[in-house]
Design a protein around this ligand. Sequence first.
Ligand SMILES: Cc1ncc(COP(=O)(O)O)c(C=O)c1O
Length: 389
Amino acid sequence: MKLASRMSILPPSGTIGMLETARRMEKEGKTVIHLEVGEPDFDTPSHIKVAAVKALEEGMVKYTESKGIPELRSAIASRVKEKSGCEVDVEEVIVTPGAKHAIFCAALALLEPGDEVIIPSPAWPTYKDIVQFAGGVTREVPLSRDYSLDEEAVKEAVSGKTRLVILNSPNNPTGGVISKDEMRTVVDLAVDHGFYIMSDEIYDDLTYDGFKQTSILSFDEARDISVLIHGFSKSYAMTGWRVGYAVAPRELVNAMSKIQQNTTTCAASFAQKAALAALIEPQDCVEKMRREYDRRRRALVKALNEIDGIYCPTPKGAFYVFPDISAYVKDSVAFADKLLKEKGVCVTPGKAFGLGGEGHMRISYSASMENILEGAKRIHEFLLSMKRR
Ligand SMILES: Cc1ncc(COP(=O)(O)O)c(C=O)c1O
């Protein structure tokens, strides 16, 4: 079949191959410890489900306004104000079927073919794929060794063609959190050079050791040049509900809305009601999950750093660790494949996360403590069975 040439730009997900092998093994009766997972292992809190059921029973089964139901957009505006101090009008908020769709709409609405987009990497692969699909050219810049932002590298990557920089803090896959000063540097650069900032803050409720996420909207100068990406998948364990959102200048929200009107129409009606309940009802469920992630994070980092030759910076946020295993591993894809087949542990090869990812693996601690500790033990044994390079 002759597909459109643009399809050659879009690679399959970097993790899908691993999952397929894992599923095959499971069908054959083998057990796999899944540490590749990019979603919370918790159930959606019950009061959120109750709100969805109530909405269904009340007949909320039709299309909604394309930008989302007004009460949810208003609750999002309040939440953003609470976190960043930034006064947001509901017309600057769009609800989307997942944060991923918000990123897709924003990239299509902002990028001309050939526009350059700076992405500090390793990074979530979707940014690169969507930017390239939208005709943009990605400029990956390395993070520092401890996964903080390398401000000099970002500065050096700016050119006359820079249109956008994509920040993701807390970060998938590194767990790094961008400091206020580092963010300020990017805001100053964007203002001086006239480019936009996309700030994906979807993991902002999941930070540890007293680190706090600084929202891009806490900088007054960033308001007119930023699109904040967020959603309900991570904080409220709602990946399958598909509700995300963006906060951006009205003109950009209107452009994104035109794309949404002609593609998905809107996020699912009753899921929007569930998201509303998530925002306005008590937040102890979020703190409970965060504490449990924290407990697992400490145990996993400790176990990994006990392996001779491994360097595992302590993540400040999200639910991933990204240890440097280059003392043992040159090809992270072959390593992950062998680890799965020989030890029954599924992780994501670092190479999937672009520049600086090779020689690493992403381990998700969105798994039971038992599986995390058993997985770490098997990884330890497996690495020790390999020759150090
Ligand atoms: C950094 C980041 N942003 C966005 C998303 C996608 O979120 P959603 O489920 O709302 O599309 C993910 C999911 O893995 C992610 O890691």
